[in-house]
Design a protein. Sequence first.
Length: 94
Amino acid sequence: MANIVGRTIGEKIEKAFASDFDRLNQDGTPFTLTIDEIKKKVPEYSSGNGHSALRNQEKDGESIGYLCHKYIVTKHRENDTNLNSRVISIEFKK
């Protein structure tokens, strides 16, 4: 089983967007957050500090991010064909 990483920052994101996550958990309503929205409400989030919570094993890693373990997470990138391209928004689904 994969090691879960990014719990602290993941919990801060859940708390900052509690109403969105509540709707997702209660009735399955998906939502999208931009990276700028996350940075505004969770100042600790950065590309170095925040992405661990969003690690989704797309490169067959041994760890999975806290939020990807709980939800279906889709990262939208500037260039969707390049995994190294900057993530601009994140969609959460159940």
